[in-house]
Structures are given as C-alpha cells and as structure tokens.
Design a binder for this molecule. Structure first.
Ligand SMILES: *[C@@H]1O[C@H](CO)[C@@H](O)[C@H](O)[C@H]1NC(C)=O
Ligand SMILES: *[C@@H]1O[C@H](CO)[C@@H](O)[C@H](O)[C@H]1NC(C)=O
Length: 334
C-alpha cells in the first residue's frame, strides 16, 4: 500500500507534483483497500470445529478452577468484627461521646477460637469496611516529594487542610491520608503467654527504600485541634514507620485489609486466643466497620474463592455449550 505518500520532499516542480498526487489519489481510490477486497480470515464454523473449541476451553478452565478453589479452601481465616462488641454497654446509644473522649477506657479483651490448624506464617490484618480511601480529594492529599527527602519539609502542596500547623510550620508527613492513620492496636495472648506479632517487614520494599526517606522525621504531626488518627514517634525516620507506609498505600475499594504484622508459630485447632485491643479509631461517625483478621496463605494469596468460581463458571458454560452442540448435530443431525 503506497497510498498518498506525497512527493513534495523529492521534487521542486510543483505542477508535476500535483499531477503525481492526482494520479496517486486515483490509484488509491481504486486500490484493493478502498474497494474492500483485502484477503480476510473467514473461518467456516463447522459443528466439529465449534464442539472441539468449546471442549478445549472447558478442559482447560475446569481443572484450573478446581485447583484454585481447593487452594482457597485450605486457607484458614479468623475474622472477628469488634467495632460494636468493644463499645461498653452504657455508651451504645452515644458512641461518639465514647470514642472522641480521650479519658474513656478503650481497652477491649475478647476471645477467639482457632477453627482449624493454622500453619505459620500467619498474617494479622485489620479490615475496614465502608472506608473510602479512594476518594478523589483524600487520595491526593499527600506530598510525595516531602515524604521522600528531608530537605523538602516545605513541599506541602496539595496537603490542605493538613499542610501547616497553627503556628505556620510545615506538618511532616502532611495531608489527610497521613493524618487519618489507623490507630487501633492488637496484642494476642495464648494461655496467658504473649503471642508475638512481628511488625517488621510488613511494608513493600519499594516503599521503604524509595518513597519514604530515611532522613525524613515526623514534625508537627497530629498537633492540631482535631486528631485524625495515630501519632508518630518523632525520633524514627519515615522509612522505618511501617504502619504509616502500609496505610499510605491507599486501597482502591471501600472494603480493604491492611497488614498489621505476622505471627511465626503454628496455631492448633480449637485453641483460644485472647485479643487485647485498643479500640481507638473512629469509624463510627461514618458507619464503618472494623475487623481483626488472622489468616494463613497459599499460592493464590489469601482466601479468595472468586478466581476459582470464575474459572469454573466459564469452563462450565463451555462444557454446557459443547454438550448442546453434540446433542444437536451428532445425535440428531438434520
Ligand atoms: C478467655 O479465655 C480464657 C481461658 O482460655 C479465660 O480465662 C477468660 O476468662 C476468657 N475471657 C473472656 C473475655 O471470655
Ligand atoms: C486515634 O484516632 C482517633 C480518630 O480516629 C482519635 O480521636 C484518637 O485520639 C486517636 N487515639 C490515639 C491514642 O492515637
């Protein structure tokens, strides 16, 4: 196809060019392309061909689906919703006065039971529901420049209203995401012995190495009138504040889990774990739920039936279609 490649660069005689161009256009107008005569792939859908392809897809997808479902079933999970249980009886009618009062006792002790043997490593997550970390204004309320380098404390662009303290000093880390840092804490006991939750190495390596500077220290953080969430230790650089780093990798969906820590011992079936938690974080004002999750993993990650079900559905539909075609064309040919 030489279509409409103009000759202007190659000649200095305008009129020849126009002639050539005319010729070219005429050629183009009659080409196989504009006449739609290009070769095309027109498969003939014979019954055998269709049945074979449906069967092939079914044979591929159904085993993948079964293997994924099986892997997901092997993941053992404890999900405990505590945001309601952990508000004392007398405050149930007025939760706001409980959660916003710094003097009320926020400690909450509950027992959970291990349903099946859980093999280490066991991951400890907090799960929030109905929390829109992906809200347009919220998700932009941060300064990556400031988080990265210790010289850029004043780069608080986009962080309003959490950019400067009341005395005009920059807040580090600035912005609404950091300000709303999750601040419930969990301690686990088993038969009165502490079950250690390891909080090192919960953030992504790329975040601790690149996005959060080792020479950036929290300043003027959570010092305003309204406290949005957790406080940060001012003597630890941001690159080592892994809870903050995990929190600041914002979730795309309103229900999300974030890693809190890891347990490196196995838990036996029917064991009782005592959870001692500090119920600090205010999700009550927007009807959010809080859950503590303990989970093992498998090669597909955590518990996730969706993948398996999706493969099985597609495989199943293909098998069904194949059987229909077989009945239609093989047993009752017209
Ligand atoms: C939790 O279990 C322990 C023993 O396993 C028991 O002593 C304690 O009373 C229980 N606590 C609650 C709040 O049920
Ligand atoms: C935890 O966060 C809430 C806001 O969600 C705040 O009111 C409270 O003061 C914070 N508590 C601590 C101990 O950081």
């Amino acid at each position: 196809m030489y279509c409409c490649n103009c000759c202007f660069p190659s000649t200095d005689l305008g009129f020849i060019c126009v002639l050539e161009l005319k010729w070219l256009l005429a050629y183009c107008a009659n080409s196989r392309f504009t006449q739609q005569e290009l070769p095309a792939w027109k498969p003939i859908l014979t019954p055998g061909w269709v049945i074979t392809s449906f069967l092939a897809i079914a044979m591929l997808f159904i085993p993948i689906g079964l293997v994924s479902l099986f892997a997901s079933e092997r993941v053992v999970e404890i999900v405990y919703r505590y945001d309601q249980d952990c508000v004392p009886e007398i405050y149930r009618g007025n939760v706001t006065s409980y959660i916003q009062n710094p003097l009320t006792n926020k400690t909450c002790i509950k027992n959970v039971t291990v349903p099946k043997k859980m093999e280490a490593p066991i991951f400890v997550y907090y799960q929030l529901d109905n929390f829109y970390q992906n809200h347009r204004r919220y998700v932009k309320s941060r300064s990556d420049k400031q988080l990265r380098s210790g010289e850029d404390d004043f780069s608080t662009k986009g962080c309003e209203p959490e950019a400067k303290s009341s005395s005009g000093k920059p807040i580090v880390p600035c912005g609404l995401i950091a300000w709303s840092l999750f601040n419930d804490t969990y301690n686990l006991l088993m038969q009165d012995k502490v079950l250690k939750i390891n909080k090192k190495g919960i953030a992504w390596k790329s975040d601790t190495k690149v996005k959060f500077g080792s020479n950036v220290y929290p300043k003027n953080f959570q010092s305003g009138g309204l406290i949005g969430g957790g406080k940060l230790n001012q003597s630890i650089p941001l690159s080592e504040q892994e809870d903050l780093i995990v929190w600041m990798r914002t979730a795309a969906l309103p229900t999300f889990r974030k890693l809190y820590g890891k347990i490196s011992v196995d838990l036996e079936a029917h064991e009782t774990i005592t959870v001692v938690l500090e119920n600090n974080y205010n999700t009550y004002s927007f009807g959010g739920q809080k859950k503590l999750v303990l989970s093992t993993t498998s090669w597909i990650g955590g518990k996730n039936d969706f993948l398996g079900i999706a493969y099985l559905t597609v495989g199943g539909i293909c098998l069904f279609m194949a059987l229909n075609f077989i009945l239609l064309y093989v047993f009752k040919p017209r």
